[in-house]
Design a binder for this molecule. Structure first.
Ligand code: COI
Length: 364
């Protein structure tokens, strides 16, 4: 049960960053390095539902060493952004899609549902209090990255769903996800490790999926690759996704192909938006299984002209070489369609074109 709607009491931070320091951070935010003055917290218990919602000073969360999340990784999260438009207003992009995905993730990880309205209200409250942290309009792709997350905070070592759960939202001013900005990233092909398997948690946004990607990510970094491509765990043949992004292939005949959702791939909000936008751009989007051989052969023959990664954090990022133990494909010839899709998406998010899909929600 949940006394709906969840309300959020605001406790102002007594130690907010000075204006000058905040402006210095906003001028060059990078990704995920600095955090705003406040955060959201709420608690769930079986008999009380969601309660004790508040916006409070950003700071450490106290947990017992026995908190279940630290042992059994019962945790899920989301990622979305707040964008400042030219008139100063602040908007988010398809927050209801993130809310619904968090509900699906909660089901998979045996966590309680946070209703869509409470999810959207929680980000609206945080962004309202920390609105000075949303970078000004017209500064490239800067935004305020919002990270809602939920975890098993109950102090209990028995393996069962937690009877005390914490929900939080933190916010971090963000520029380009990759340190080099928007330029092609090289990808490492994981042949030894899979990210997720049939019946596993691949379609849920849970911390464990990201933890399981890190050993391959380390191998990739040793080969000067910024991300890793994971294949399906049963046949090691079909392309799934990167550790934290979906993949698209642009063909010379205008097809824009992405791996079909098989249950072990995360359904990206950016991914599904690109499927719609590319159709409107006269391209032919397609969701299907794609063999790794098709990538290698397609780039070599010129059938595949571009490859790109996408996600909330990465937006749309061109892919360069694919590397693996003992070989590599060259970088695709072009980034033209990739950059056009990227611009189209950013134009919607920053309110530079009409929001014909009803994707934008005003926060402030
Ligand atoms: C996002 O794009 O929001 C993610 O959660 C992925 C992570 C690599 C930052």
């Amino acid at each position: 049960m949940s006394p709906s709607p969840l309300t959020f009491e605001v406790e102002q931070s007594t130690t907010p960053k000075a204006d000058a320091e905040r402006e210095q951070i906003l001028a060059n935010p990078g990704f995920g390095k600095t955090f705003t003055d406040h955060m959201v917290l709420a608690t769930w218990m079986p008999d009380q539902g969601w309660h004790d919602g508040r916006v409070t000073a950003y700071g450490p969360i106290q947990l017992m060493p026995s908190a279940a999340v630290l042992h059994y990784a019962q945790e899920i999260f989301e990622g979305l952004k707040a964008y400042r438009h030219e008139d100063g207003s602040i908007w988010s992009f398809r927050p209801e899609a993130n809310a619904q995905r968090m509900i699906r993730s909660a089901h998979r990880l045996a966590l309680p549902e946070l209703p869509e309205d409470d999810f959207i209200e929680s980000i609206r409250q945080l962004v309202t209090v920390d609105q000075a942290w949303v970078p000004p309009a017209g500064t490239g792709e800067t935004s305020l990255y919002l990270r809602p997350f939920m975890f098993a905070s109950e102090a209990f070592l028995g393996v069962r769903e937690a009877h005390e759960v914490t929900y939080s939202v933190i916010a971090s001013p963000a520029g380009a996800y990759f340190a080099g900005g928007v330029k092609p990233v090289n990808l490492w092909l994981a042949t030894e490790f899979a990210r997720a398997g049939d019946g596993g948690t691949g379609a849920a946004k849970c911390g464990g999926n990201y933890a399981s990607s890190l050993a391959a990510q380390q191998q990739g970094a040793a080969h000067d690759c910024q991300q890793v491509v994971f294949l399906d765990s049963s046949t090691h043949t079909y392309i799934e996704e990167l550790g934290g992004m979906n993949l698209f292939f642009v063909y010379k005949d205008g097809r824009v192909v992405t791996p079909a959702l098989t249950g072990s791939i995360l359904e990206g909000v950016t991914r599904s938006s690109i499927l719609e936008l590319s159709k409107e751009m006269g391209l032919a989007p397609e969701e299907r299984r794609i063999e790794i051989a098709e990538w290698k052969d397609g780039v070599a023959s010129g059938e595949i002209t571009e490859v790109f990664a996408c996600g909330t954090a990465a937006v749309v990022t061109p892919v360069g070489e694919l590397r693996w133990d003992g070989g590599s494909t060259p970088a695709p010839a072009s980034t033209e369609t990739t950059m056009a899709i990227r611009e189209r998406l950013l134009d919607v998010q920053y309110g530079r074109v009409a929001d014909t899909h009803g994707w934008m929600t005003r926060l402030v």
